[in-house]
Design a binder for this molecule. Structure first.
Ligand code: MRU
Length: 346
């Protein structure tokens, strides 16, 4: 699946498969300017760290298309870039992509606006294409961690939909499947946005990879019964010490995996590492609208006036992580040294 993020030259627009309404409806959401791109990121038309990075790269191009009439187009453009990189706080790929674009601009300050737009569109297309290659490489490294007959648990959606294609955690699962291993997947439903139930189940079922959805709170029972041999999840930001922020609930899954002796792996590209963050405690955790918890669709499930928590991510300490699968190989403890060596200087 690669058509969920497309650039249309005819419409001069980024066209996104609307992940809010999957799997019921497959509809596309066009972004023609910065505000529409920010809206798509914040409401999770598009989500998942690498997909957010690809979207942000096209978003920079779209921003450059709307400042031509500004009296100071450079200042107007910089303002839009800042708004774009602040759209969501946790996935570092968003800032990573905007920084790449900004650095290219700073390296050639004499570019005219049309020249800069052309450069950024070419860069966005490169980031888009490279992400699929990166995920495929990650899938090859990670596949060797999975044994024939394994049932692999995953949390949230770290699949094709969360990337430009193939996926990170689901890339590892696809890699093992393509090696001919007879595996099956447990997709934790992932309250409240239901990325596991709606998106992971959707894309694995489409590919014919056996998948069952479990309530998030079934994890302990499934592991106690020996029904899970490996856990593989994605990440939104990995600190210099290997602590990995991912969808809320991942930390709990990792604690349970440790308790039951199930290897817990993280799969993420180099762009998801943030060596400026010493540990998971330094990673900003997104606090989303209460409505995602208080309502299912239009139906309110909590009493009027009762507050809720809707932290969207948690950080799993690296001592619970058996290995981090990247496009450069599998990183193992000691993480500080090995991350600095393998990812440092990316
Ligand atoms: O809030 P989301 O849906 O953007 O959160 C996504 C996740 O937590 C994914 O697991 C993570 O971004 C890795 S995607 C390859």
């Amino acid at each position: 699946m690669t058509d969920h993020i497309q650039f249309s030259p005819e419409k001069d627009a980024l066209i996104l498969l609307d992940q809010r309404i999957l799997p019921g409806r497959e509809e596309y959401f066009p972004c023609t300017n910065t505000q529409e791109t920010i809206y798509a990121l914040q409401t999770m038309v598009v989500r998942g760290a690498p997909a957010i990075g690809v979207t942000a790269a096209y978003g920079c191009y779209l921003a450059s298309r709307e400042v031509a009439s500004a009296s100071d187009w450079k200042a107007a453009l910089e303002k839009l870039l800042v708004e774009l990189e602040e759209a969501r706080p946790t996935a570092v790929n968003l800032r990573w992509a905007v920084k790449l674009m900004r650095d290219a601009w700073k390296a050639s300050p004499g570019l005219s606006l049309p020249e800069l737009s052309a450069k950024w569109l070419a860069m966005a297309k490169d980031i888009h294409a490279q992400d699929i290659e990166i995920n495929t490489a990650m899938g090859r490294f990670g596949a060797d961690l999975i044994d024939d007959g394994d049932t692999v648990m995953t949390h949230c959606n770290a699949g094709a939909l969360a990337t430009a294609g193939y996926g990170t955690a689901l890339g590892v699962i696809r890699g093992a499947w393509e090696q001919g291993k007879k595996i099956s997947v447990i997709a934790n439903e992932t309250r409240p946005f239901l990325q596991g139930a709606r998106l992971t189940a959707y894309e694995l079922a489409k590919d014919g990879i056996p998948v069952k959805v479990a309530c998030d709170n079934a994890c302990a029972l499934l592991m106690q019964r020996g029904m899970v041999q490996k856990v593989v999840v994605g990440a939104d930001r990995i600190a210099a010490n290997g602590d990995a922020a991912n969808k809320i609930g991942t930390f709990g899954v990792a604690i349970l995996a440790k308790h039951f002796g199930v290897p817990f792996y993280v799969a993420a590209p180099a762009s998801t590492f943030d060596l400026a963050c010493p540990s998971g405690a330094d990673i900003p955790i997104e606090d989303r609208t209460p409505r995602e918890v208080t309502h299912i669709g239009e139906h309110q499930i909590t009493p009027q006036g009762v507050g809720v928590f809707n932290y969207a991510f948690d950080a799993t300490p690296s001592e619970l992580i058996a290995g981090i699968v990247t496009e450069r190989g599998v990183i193992r403890a000691p993480y500080v040294e090995n991350i600095a060596r393998i990812i440092g200087g990316k």
